[in-house]
Design a protein around this ligand. Structure first.
Ligand SMILES: [Zn+2]
Length: 319
């Protein structure tokens, strides 16, 4: 395919997306299927089918929701049901070409930095807001991977010791306040704490999308809930900025756009108020990511080209 440099595959809890990507991040061809459940072999067989269906001999970059070592072993993928699965080596053996594997939010951060909202910015962090809260860090133009490959889990920055329980087993993580399911629980607490009217009171169950819909309709409690979510996110952002000093903070993931009008002003305020030396510096902008559903596939593909250039170009994109 003209201009194609790599195949990017984004393995989420429910959907597996495959894209053929050009050097400038353009998606030239796309495929989607449900993420297979069950055995490791089922996942590797599905990945082989996707790569074979695209054809050619392009390198393959995979982003997966989980903890991934630098040599492409998925230590733990809670939503996909895999543990200690050597995805890179396993797929390389099946398709006979280089395969790189990174965390999905790290892939999205790299995608945004190369061809999205962070183009031209060497130092950025991305928080992804969806079923959970993920994160990715690019510093000096390179994806931060860490000693074990587990860097950038910004959703598990603890913003309140002993706070709300997080699916990771800790309490008070950003994810426990800003993930879709967490938004529903915070809304329920707001409804119990007040007797003001709200359209949310008529609903049998309250989840993140219900809260954002109510906020869009002008519901005051829903807007307060999303402002609280934004504040917690801002507290996490402040720690992240104090540690890493990025030039840009991006918010992406499935729920980002819907919560942004009510949450991001609160995030900016909460982050700015907690920065070290806040009277003597300008806080980095906190903005929406732009690649949407393509961020993971595009980022994973560009990561693969940096590691295994198909066209002789590219530079090492990870360390
Ligand atoms: Zn956590």
């Amino acid at each position: 395919m003209t201009g194609a440099v790599a195949i990017g595959i984004d393995i989420g809890g429910t959907r597996l997306r495959t894209a053929v990507v050009a050097e400038d991040g353009t998606v030239l061809e796309q495929r989607r299927r449900p993420t297979p459940a069950g055995e490791a072999d089922t996942l590797l067989a599905a990945l082989e089918e996707e790569v074979t269906a695209v054809g050619g001999d392009l390198p393959v970059g995979i982003g997966i929701a989980g903890l991934v070592t630098p040599d492409g072993i998925v230590r733990y993928g809670p939503n996909i049901g895999v543990r200690d699965l050597s995805v890179a080596a396993g797929l390389e053996e099946r398709v006979g070409r280089p395969v790189t594997v990174i965390n999905d939010a790290s892939a999205a951060a790299l995608g945004e930095q190369r061809v999205g909202a962070g183009r031209g910015c060497d130092d950025l962090v991305l928080f992804t807001i969806g079923t959970g809260v993920g994160g990715g860090v690019v510093l000096d133009g390179r994806l931060l991977v860490g000693a074990g490959g587990f860097a950038g889990e910004l959703g598990h920055l603890i913003v309140e010791e002993g706070g709300r329980p997080c699916p990771c087993g800790n309490h008070g993580c950003v994810e426990a306040y800003a993930a879709g399911s967490a938004i529903g629980r915070i809304a329920t607490d707001h409804l119990v704490a007040s007797d003001r009217p709200s359209v949310l009171r008529k609903l049998p169950t309250i989840d993140g999308p219900a809260v954002t819909r109510a906020a869009e309709e002008g519901d005051e409690i829903a807007r307060e809930v999303l402002a609280e979510v934004g504040t917690w996110l801002g507290v996490g952002i402040a720690s992240c900025v104090n540690a890493l000093d990025p030039a840009l903070v991006l918010i992406g993931g499935g729920a980002a756009r819907a919560i942004a009008p009510y949450a991001l002003p609160a995030s900016r305020e909460a982050a700015a108020a907690r920065l070290l030396g806040r009277r003597f510096r300008t806080p980095p902008p906190i903005e929406l990511a732009v690649l949407g559903d393509d961020a993971g596939t595009v980022g994973a593909a560009l990561h693969a080209t940096a590691r295994h250039p198909a066209t002789g170009g590219g530079q090492d994109g990870s360390r």
